[in-house]
Design a protein around this ligand. Structure first.
Ligand code: ZN
Length: 301
């Protein structure tokens, strides 16, 4: 078994269930490059293993994932330290201008996530706490989502970074088009009850039973013949693709990179809204007030 630094990988029930846990609780499971590369390795290991039927993806600590790592020491060293992460020297990492960022994000944010969505195994995201921005991407890549009672979902990159949404732009498909606009334009969070009502979340469990109940849920699915399970997944995914899912995501990834280019031109290479531009109405993400609940907030309505 690979020796992972940022995740854990375990096989349960005679290898029928693989459980991957994001394991940076001290950093709120923020996604640094090393974590994403390890996560891809783990998903591919589970896919390759013929014993594995269901894959659970969860997070250790207070929350599933707070999103992309925006500047921890670990992430900074991976990016520009004396020994950068190996992935900074391939897949566009040595190119200049917007080509660099576009290729790096295409490989490590967009195609990684799409690859996990198309994994040849049934996947379950086990989420808790605030699931913000790129935390949504990991969760949405999974076939099913189960959540603890305290979970809330928000993409705050428009209100806090001046970006139109995360790289894997599944928002209209998951929230519905109008709700997606509202949540992105306000940065408000969807509560777990609303997420359950709209079908994004399959089960809601008490936090202290989340791990055990998710495992029970996975066990039910693991009893299906593997071919039936995979073809259920594939039939739904192909139906969604015939409605335009993957093409729309490709288009929106391009729009996302256009948004980065805007800030790069305007803010001397900074890839998202610069500190000097906060007066344009974007909240400084380091000091922004808490995210409001989309249902209960009285702000603006
Ligand atoms: Zn981006």
């Amino acid at each position: 078994m690979a020796d992972y630094k940022f995740i854990t990988y375990e096989l349960l029930d005679e290898g029928k269930i693989a459980r991957i846990m994001l394991n940076r609780p001290e950093a709120r499971n923020a996604q640094n490059r090393g974590l994403l590369v390890e996560l891809n390795d783990a998903f591919l290991a589970a896919e390759a293993d013929d014993q594995v039927r269901v894959v659970i993806l969860g997070g250790n600590g207070k929350m599933f994932s707070s999103g992309h790592d925006m500047g921890s020491k670990v992430a900074m060293e991976e990016f520009s330290g004396p020994t950068p992460h190996f992935s900074r020297n391939i897949n566009g990492g040595t190119r200049d201008g917007n080509e660099n960022l576009t290729l790096q994000e295409w490989h490590y944010y967009f195609q990684n996530t799409l690859r996990w969505r198309n994994l040849r195994k049934i996947t379950i995201a086990q989420v808790h706490g605030p699931v913000f921005a790129a935390g949504l991407m990991l969760m949405w890549a999974c076939d099913l989502i189960v959540a603890a009672e305290d979970t809330q979902f928000a993409d705050v990159v428009a209100t806090r970074l001046g970006m139109m949404g995360v790289e894997y732009f599944a928002h209209p498909w998951e929230f519905g088009p109008r709700k997606a606009k509202e949540l992105l334009l306000t940065g408000d969070a969807l509560g777990v009850d609303e997420a359950y009502a709209m079908g994004m979340v399959s089960k809601v469990f008490p936090q202290d039973q989340l791990s055990e109940k998710t495992l029970d849920f996975a066990r039910r699915i693991a009893t299906l013949p593997t071919q039936a399970a995979l073809l259920v997944k594939e039939a739904v995914n192909q139906s969604q693709d015939n409605m335009g899912f993957t093409n729309a995501l490709n288009a929106c990834f391009t729009i996302h990179e256009l948004n980065h280019s805007h800030w790069a031109i305007k803010s001397d290479g900074q890839r998202w809204v610069a500190v000097s531009d906060f007066d344009e109405g974007v909240q400084d993400w380091r000091t922004a007030p808490p995210v409001l609940n989309a249902k209960k907030t009285e702000v603006g309505g």
